[in-house]
Design a protein around this ligand. Structure first.
Ligand SMILES: Nc1ncnc2c1ncn2[C@@H]1O[C@H](COP(=O)(O)OP(=O)(O)O)[C@@H](O)[C@H]1O
Ligand SMILES: [Mg+2]
Length: 394
C-alpha cells in the first residue's frame, strides 16, 4: 500500500500537471463515472502532453474514447470548455483507474457537467418522420400515438368507444409507407408503447399452422396498449401458392374481429395497391377507420426532402433545377438520385446532377424490361400504374 500522504501528493502532481498543460486556473479534479463516454466521445481531442517530463503513448482502437496514453496528459474541449485527463499507470497493484483523473477550471466545472448531460440526452433523439404534407403527418400522429395516449384511451373507453383502430396506408411504392411505420415504431419504443411487426413470412407460417385462426389472432395481439404493423399486407394475403385467396381473407378478417383488446390497439396496414383493388369487406369501418394515401411528392415536398441532404450535396447542385427535373418521381427515386450523385462525386470529385439523371434513367430502363407483378393487381394493370413522369414507366 502507498501511504496516504504520498498517494495524495501523487494526485496533486497529476492535477497540477494537467492544469498547467491545459492552462486551467483553480483546477477541480473529478472522475466521470458513467458519463465518461458522453464526455470524451463528444469532445474534441487535443494533443498529448508529457507528465513530469514523461509521456507513454498507447495504441488503442476506437481512440476517441481513450486517452491513448498510459502516462501523460490528454487535452480535450467540449462546447469550447477546456479540460484535461491525466493518466499514470504507475504500479501494477493499483486499480487501473487509480491514477486517471479529469481536471477542469473551477469556473467551468458546472458548465462542463451540463454540457455532458445535454450531449448524452441528445443520444436518444426523436427520430425523424418521413417528409409528408404537415396535415397528413398530423393525422397519422393523432390516429396512432395520440389515440394511444393514456388520457385519450380512458376517455374513449368511458364513453363506450371501440379501443381498436385500423389505418390503411396506400399509394405507389417509394413514398414513405414503410418509412412511416418505421418512424412510428421508433416512437412507440421511445414513448413506451408496445408494438409488433407482422411480416408476410410470419403471417404465412401462422396460416399454415394447425390452428390458423388462433395463430393469426396471436400475431395480431398486444397485451398493453400498442401498435401492430402489417407492412405490405397484400403480399401476405395474396400468396396464391400457399392458400386460396377467398379462404385466406376470411380467416384474416375473422381473426382480426375476434381479437380481445385489453387497453387499446392501432392496426397499421400498408399496401401498394390502389384502394379499388382491396376487398370491400376489409375496408369496412370497424376494420379500417382511416385510409391515408401516400402520393408522389409535389415540388414543395421534394424540396423538403432535399433540404435534409448534406450541405455539401446541396451546395454542389442547383436545387431549383433538381426540384423541377424530378417532377413525377417518388421520394425513393429522388433519394436514389442523391445516392448516384454521391457515388459519382467519390469517383470524380465533381457534383454532376445531369450525369446522375442520365444514369438514373438508364438504370430504370434496364429494370423496366423485367416486368414485375406485385399485389392485387391483375397482370398488366397494377404494378406499373404509378405514374413515373420520366416517360419510361416501371
Ligand atoms: N416521405 C418520405 N420522406 C423521406 N424519405 C422517403 C419518403 N418516402 C420514401 N423515402 C425514401 O425512400 C425509401 C423507400 O421508401 P418506403 O418508405 O420503403 O416506401 P413504401 O413503403 O411507400 O414503398 C425510404 O427508405 C426513404 O429513404
Ligand atoms: Mg413499403
Amino acid at each position: 500500500m502507498t501511504p496516504l500522504n504520498s498517494y495524495s501528493a501523487d494526485h496533486r502532481v497529476l492535477v497540477e500537471a494537467a492544469a498547467k498543460a491545459a492552462n486551467l486556473t483553480d483546477p477541480v479534479a473529478f472522475v466521470a463515472g458513467g458519463y465518461v463516454y458522453g464526455l470524451v466521445g463528444n469532445a474534441i481531442r487535443g494533443e498529448l502532453v508529457p507528465l513530469e517530463g514523461a509521456l507513454v503513448r498507447q495504441w488503442v482502437t476506437r481512440s476517441k474514447y481513450y486517452p491513448a496514453t498510459t502516462f501523460g496528459v490528454r487535452l480535450y474541449k467540449l462546447d469550447g470548455i477546456a479540460f484535461a485527463r491525466a493518466v499514470a499507470f504507475v504500479d501494477q497493484n493499483y486499480d487501473q483507474n487509480a491514477y486517471d483523473i479529469f481536471v477542469v477550471a473551477r469556473a467551468d466545472y458546472v458548465k462542463l457537467f451540463r454540457s455532458v448531460l445535454r450531449v448524452s440526452r441528445a443520444k436518444v433523439p426523436e427520430s425523424l418522420p418521413p417528409v409528408l404534407p404537415p396535415e397528413q403527418l398530423d393525422v397519422l400522429k393523432q390516429n396512432t400515438l395520440g389515440y394511444l395516449d393514456r388520457n385519450n384511451l380512458k376517455r374513449i373507453k368511458d364513453l363506450g368507444g371501440r379501443p381498436k383502430r385500423g389505418l390503411l396506408l396506400t399509394g405507389p411504392p417509394g413514398n414513405g409507407k414503410t418509412s412511416a411505420c418505421r418512424w412510428l415504431w421508433e416512437e412507440c419504443r421511445r414513448t413506451g408503447h408496445e408494438y409488433q411487426i407482422v411480416s408476410p413470412d410470419a403471417y404465412q407460417a401462422a396460416r399454415r399452422s394447425c390452428n390458423p385462426v388462433q395463430a393469426v389472432r396471436d400475431l395480431f395481439t398486444v397485451h398493453r396498449s400498442g401498435v401492430i404493423f402489417f407492412d405490405d399486407m397484400d403480399i401476405a394475403l395474396r400468396d396464391r401458392n400457399t392458400v386460396r385467396e377467398t379462404d385466406d381473407q376470411a380467416v384474416f378478417l375473422s381473426a382480426l374481429d375476434g381479437i380481445q383488446v385489453n387497453e387499446g390497439v392501432v392496426y397499421v396496414f400498408t399496401t401498394n395497391c390502389g384502394l379499388e383493388l382491396i376487398d370491400p369487406a376489409f375496408k369496412r369501418p370497424g376494420r379500417i377507420d382511416l385510409v391515408l394515401h401516400f402520393t408522389l411528392p409535389d415540388a414543395g415536398l421534394r424540396r423538403k426532402l432535399m433540404d435534409r441532404w448534406h450541405t455539401d450535396v446541396r451546395a454542389g447542385i442547383d436545387l431549383d433545377v433538381a426540384v423541377k427535373q424530378t417532377a413525377g418521381y417518388s421520394f425513393a427515386e429522388v433519394e436514389e438520385l442523391k445516392n448516384l450523385l454521391i457515388l459519382r462525386y467519390i469517383d470524380t470529385n465533381l457534383w454532376q446532377w445531369e450525369w446522375a439523371m442520365d444514369q438514373f434513367k438508364e438504370n430504370r430502363s434496364d429494370l423496366a424490361e423485367q416486368h414485375r407483378h406485385v399485389g392485387f393487381s391483375p397482370v398488366g394493370a397494377g404494378a406499373g400504374a404509378s405514374t413515373n413522369g420520366n416517360g419510361d414507366g416501371h
